[in-house]
Write a protein that binds this ligand. Structure first.
Ligand code: HEC
Ligand code: HEC
Length: 236
């Protein structure tokens, strides 16, 4: 009980808590400072408040940033700043950060090891699994696998879906469908989201959230799928 009452130990415990890694790269190191202080946006803009001390997200509507592609994250900050992507708090924050600072904080989070909050109690349906792996050819919807990967880890411009919460993923699909989110290259996600019935957006979001970014997979879709070849894009 008295372990942390010594001032030095208490300080060490505090810094261990607010600074999980110390980036060697000075560019990333100044990004870390923004992440915990909010930089020009002030304390109210400290990313860690909502996105977690390890960039793991809040398990609900604030996404994980740890391990997210640097270019993708920087572009989203630009989209918030320009209003192409609507979210009152993120717009307010992004507008207060210079382009250079946005790049730095994106680099900091990109270099962090993937950290996620375990999502419990997801209901994964065959409908979600089929949409994810096979798309809906009759509606002109390509499989999610063709861009986000069978494991949901994504690549450069196609963000990871694994390790995000189902609530966040569904909210993004809804935001595209209603026009709150723009700026996706070629309007692909806008077209897909508009073509999906709201219940299908939720089903595929639940499925994608069940793909874990640690190589684990709680989604067990094999019995639902007609065409899945594990590890390979199957609907492209
Ligand atoms: C008050 C809470 C809050 C704070 C503080 C905050 N964010 Fe966010 N952030 C959110 C929410 C909520 C979203 C999801 C917005 C949406 O639904 O479009 C988000 C989305 C994002 C995204 C988009 C990620 C993706 O997968 O598309 C990035 C990048 C981001 N924030 C970076 C930051 C950075 C960098 C900071 C600090 C400078 C920060 N945020 C501070 C709440 C916050
Ligand atoms: C042709 C490629 C392509 C296909 C197919 C595709 N996506 Fe995407 N997806 C993208 C790109 C690119 C983005 C990033 C958009 C941006 O930069 O704003 C994205 C972003 C997303 C996001 C937001 C992630 C975040 O962090 O905010 C979700 C959710 C998503 N896609 C779900 C899906 C689902 C579900 C499917 C299948 C029904 C799917 N995508 C099919 C390319 C694709």
């Amino acid at each position: 009980m008295t372990r942390w009452t010594h001032p030095v130990l208490a300080f060490l415990a505090l810094s261990a808590c607010t600074s999980p890694t110390t980036p060697a790269d000075p560019f990333e190191a100044s990004g870390e400072l923004i992440a915990f202080s909010g930089g020009e946006a002030g304390a109210g803009g400290a990313c860690s408040t909502c996105h977690g001390n390890r960039g793991e997200g809040d398990g609900h509507l604030a996404p994980r940033l740890a391990g997210l592609d640097r270019g993708y994250a920087a572009r989203q900050l630009e989209n918030f700043a320009s209003g192409a992507r609507r979210h009152p708090q993120m717009e307010w924050i992004a507008r207060r950060l210079s382009v250079d600072v946005r790049q730095k904080v994106a680099a900091y989070y990109a270099a962090l090891p993937v950290a996620t909050l375990g999502t419990s109690e997801l209901t994964v349906s065959c409908k979600g699994a089929r949409l994810y792996h096979e798309g809906a050819p009759r509606l002109g919807i390509a499989s999610c696998v063709s861009c986000h990967g069978a494991d949901g880890r994504g690549n450069a411009g196609n963000p990871a879906l694994a390790g995000q919460s189902a609530a966040y993923l569904a909210h993004q699909l809804d935001a595209w469908a209603t026009g709150e989110r723009y700026g996706d290259p070629d309007g692909t996600m806008t077209a897909i989201s508009r073509a999906l019935h709201p219940a299908d957006r939720q089903a595929v979001a639940d499925y994608a959230a069940a793909l874990l970014d640690d190589g684990g997979d709680r989604s067990s879709p094999a019995t639902c799928l007609r065409t899945r070849r594990p590890g390979q894009p199957d609907g492209a």
